[in-house]
Write a protein that binds this ligand. Structure first.
Ligand SMILES: [Ca+2]
Ligand SMILES: [Ca+2]
Length: 284
């Protein structure tokens, strides 16, 4: 009897080398297309987060103004214990706390002068008294005692006017005053605050050095952003400017900014700055 041999099973053929290579090339092209798109989306999302926070800081300054009738100054020289206040700095403090007792330096009790610059004023006036415990920095508002608003001990308190994330409170220059960095990953350069206090932006404050003094010589040149130079017309005239240095961590020099054409050459580092004017970003 003849036995039927089973039909030969069809064995699936493997991919050829060419086919595998083609698939790998297609995948590589897709990755090359998708990765920058994702990273672009991420960058835009992060910058939008900074913009949103600047709006919140803006609102916090409005809350401060509702209590004190004036926006915080962006420069203040606090003399050491027993030191002499300048007339200008005294008037800035008196404008906020008419009964301030200068004889005690408001209980800050520092033995060396503190120059609050444009980054530190933002934290000090919106945050209040600053305390460090280990590596944790906190702000606890102001005492409502009209003579000693900087007393850390009173329980009847005003502020903070903004909810600072403790982990983003920093002290770049190692003095006694904190600064605040934006939420961009790895950001080390704090928000800058330039205030006209309802009048005009001080370009230079001869008693205190540059009003817009920040950190390091390259950044000392920061000036308020202007719409035109002649006559000088500032963005947020009579108000205040808040500036994030953006992903490059550099403020640039500031100055005239109209439509973005200025942000080339030696001002390129300003192009990614995020601000409370010109719709947020300076990018043209
Ligand atoms: Ca500092
Ligand atoms: Ca920048």
């Amino acid at each position: 009897m003849r036995r039927h041999l089973p039909a030969k099973a069809s064995v699936p053929r493997g991919f050829t080398l060419i086919e595998v290579l083609v698939v790998m090339v297609i995948i590589a092209i897709l990755v090359a297309l998708v990765v920058p798109a994702i990273s672009g989306v991420r960058t835009r999302a992060r910058m939008a987060q900074v913009s949103a926070e600047i709006s919140q800081l803006d609102a916090a300054i409005a809350k401060f103004k509702a209590v004190f009738n004036v926006e915080p100054p962006s420069s203040l020289l606090i003399p050491p214990v027993g030191g002499t206040w300048t007339a200008l700095d005294r008037s800035k403090v008196r404008g906020l706390w008419p009964q301030f007792n200068f004889a005690t330096n408001g209980n800050l009790g520092n033995t060396s002068a503190i120059h609050l610059n444009g980054a530190e004023c933002l934290v000090f006036f919106l945050g209040g008294y600053e305390a460090t415990s280990g590596t944790v920095k906190t702000v606890i508002g102001f005492s409502k005692d009209p003579r000693y608003p900087w007393d850390p001990n009173g329980t009847n308190r005003e502020g903070p006017f903004f909810e600072f994330a403790n982990e983003r409170l920093v002290n770049v220059d190692g003095d006694l005053a904190f600064e605040y960095v934006d939420p961009l990953p790895g950001q080390q350069t704090p928000y800058l605050y330039l205030s006209s206090q309802g009048r005009k932006y001080l370009r230079t404050n001869t008693a205190n050095a540059d009003d817009f003094d920040v950190f390091g010589s390259a950044r000392d040149l920061q000036t308020v952003y202007l719409k035109t130079a002649t006559p000088p017309q500032e963005h947020r005239a009579g108000g205040f400017q808040i500036i994030s240095p953006g992903q490059d961590g550099e403020y640039g020099t500031g100055g005239i900014y109209t439509n973005g054409e200025e942000l080339t050459g030696n001002r390129a580092e300003e192009a990614d700055n995020i601000t409370n004017f010109s719709g947020g970003q300076l990018l043209p």
